[in-house]
Write a protein that binds this ligand. Structure first.
Ligand code: BES
Ligand code: ZN
Ligand code: ZN
Length: 469
């Protein structure tokens, strides 16, 4: 990762070793690397009309600068971006711009090389100098952006690791290591304790694997214990083979990313603790490997959840909702949540519904849904609502148990909503709750201008949600 530094001075004063990034109103694909009279380097980049630049294209522009610097093997670059250039950005304030620049420089700089044995041969980007940051308020916003991006990059590191390395126990250790030295505490329940507690669903999902399940509890009491916490529940399936309803080849190899929801809870709380926010946050991560063996749960098995409800497991690949159900019940038994947010790579159907640009949100609280859509636009972690109407509940009526984990007629229609509907059975009516299906954002796509693999979403969204709660 390059160092990302700031200077109160303007870009004109940047020392010669820095290649200066100069934005122009030329077409966005226009660019020139030129040597100036004084012997310095300038990279001139078209961004299109200033008047057209909006929040989405601004973020993309910042990321393009990093991508370009890497592809030209520039070692030192300097830039100055003021949102006063862009009329559409003015209403969001200088501090939004400073935070956004920092976040996206850092997110675009991230690379994952844990399993590469050779160093890159090309020259590496060593430093990005951001000029014109003299104002204290802007500097603080910039630092905050770097902290949030670091939380997202930690999330990416945890998610990108193989299922072999990132076992449930390793995920618990990653939470402990990440949060060490902060005011957040981590408690880990082992398999015996999970069974004793009555988490029959988490146990059922994990029992086929050699690496036993864990239940990870993170607490951060930034506002003192009297205030109700926001509870973040993250799916922690460290590898999803599908279980005995095994996934076909081509659909399995990326399933080490199936703990991305859990990883985002660790990343978000790490950023929140680092920022010292005066907010209360609890993170719950039910962690298990959904494996294939003689001890795996079977299709047709019935397990008893922590809530006492019995669940007919009609499909072993719909395991995420099982582990989340027990974690949601735990949240309501042990805390008085002001809000519960679960984050999960829950369904392939979410990708069918939305493509790969936004996560799906489901909640019965329309005001909360609109707030999240707005925060999505502000942070860059886009989300879009799907309905959670009672009509969908009929899908899951089991004749053998209290509820089944997929539609009893095996219909795939509305699969994303079906996942949210299952979870809604484990949420008491008076508790505000939103389900975020992040499967669409599990992997980056070319237009993200990020390294391949985990995106670190929705850490930016979660931090803003808690900050503004
Ligand atoms: N982890 C998967 C969902 C997933 C699929 C995330 C592709 C990202 C990309 C989940 O556990 C799963 O397998 N869901 C099933 C549910 C079905 C059996 C009702 C699915 O989506 O097919
Ligand atoms: Zn699955
Ligand atoms: Zn899964």
């Amino acid at each position: 990762m390059p160092n990302i530094t700031t200077s109160p001075k303007g870009l004109v004063d940047a020392p010669k070793k820095y290649c200066k990034i100069i934005l122009t109103e030329d077409a966005p694909n226009w660019h020139r690397l030129v040597e100036t009279e004084g012997g310095g380097l300038e990279y001139r980049m078209g961004v299109g009309k200033w008047s057209e630049v909006n929040r989405r294209t601004f973020r993309s522009l910042v990321r393009t600068i990093v991508q370009t610097a890497k592809s030209h093997q520039l070692e030192y670059i300097a830039l100055e971006l003021s949102n006063s250039l862009f009329p559409k950005l003015k209403e969001f304030g200088d501090d939004w711009a400073a935070r956004t620049i920092a976040e996206n420089l850092s997110l675009a700089s991230y690379e994952y090389r844990k399993y590469k044995t050779k160093e890159k041969k090309e020259k590496q980007l060593k430093e990005i100098l951001v000029c014109g940051l003299g104002d204290k308020k802007l500097k603080t916003a910039f630092e905050e952006g770097l902290t949030i991006a670091e939380g997202a990059n930690i999330t990416r590191d945890i998610a990108n690791a193989t299922g072999d390395d990132m076992t449930p126990d390793a995920l618990a250790k990653a939470a402990q290591i990440t949060l060490k030295g902060t005011k957040a505490t981590v408690k880990v329940f082992n398999e015996k304790e999970i069974v004793k507690m009555g988490m029959g669903l988490l146990h059922a999902v994990g029992k086929g694997a050699d690496d036993a399940p864990r239940f990870i509890v993170i607490e951060y009491w930034g506002a003192g214990k009297k205030e109700k916490p926001v509870v973040l529940v993250g799916k922690g399936i460290t590898y999803d083979t599908g279980g005995l309803n095994v996934k076909p080849s081509g659909s399995m190899h990326e399933m080490h990313l199936d703990m991305s929801g859990g990883a985002s809870v660790i990343g978000a709380i790490s950023a929140i603790a680092e920022m010292g926010l005066k907010k209360n946050v609890v993170g719950l991560i039910p962690a298990a490997e959904n494996s294939v063996s003689a001890t795996s749960m079977r299709a047709g098995d019935i397990a008893t959840s922590l809530s006492g409800k019995t669940v007919e497991i009609l499909h072993t690949d719909a395991e995420g909702r099982l582990v989340l159900a027990d974690a949601l019940t735990y949240a309501q038994k042990h805390y008085e949540p002001a809000l519960m947010v679960d984050i999960a790579t829950l369904t392939g159907a979410a990708l069918v519904a939305l493509g790969q640009h936004a996560s799906a949100i489901m909640t019965k609280d329309d005001v909360l849904a609109q707030k999240l859509v707005k925060l999505g636009e502000e942070s860059g972690d886009l989300v879009w609502p799907l309905p959670l109407w009672d009509e969908y509940k009929a899908l899951l009526k089991s004749h053998r148990a209290d509820i089944s984990n997929i539609a009893t007629n095996f219909s795939r229609f509305g699969g994303c909503i079906e996942g949210g509907t299952f979870l809604s059975h484990f949420v008491e009516k008076n508790i505000p709750w939103v389900h975020i299906d992040i499967a669409p954002r599990m992997n980056s796509i070319a237009s993200d201008k990020l390294a391949k693999g985990a995106t670190g979403e929705p850490v930016r969204l979660l931090v803003q949600l808690i900050k503004q709660s």
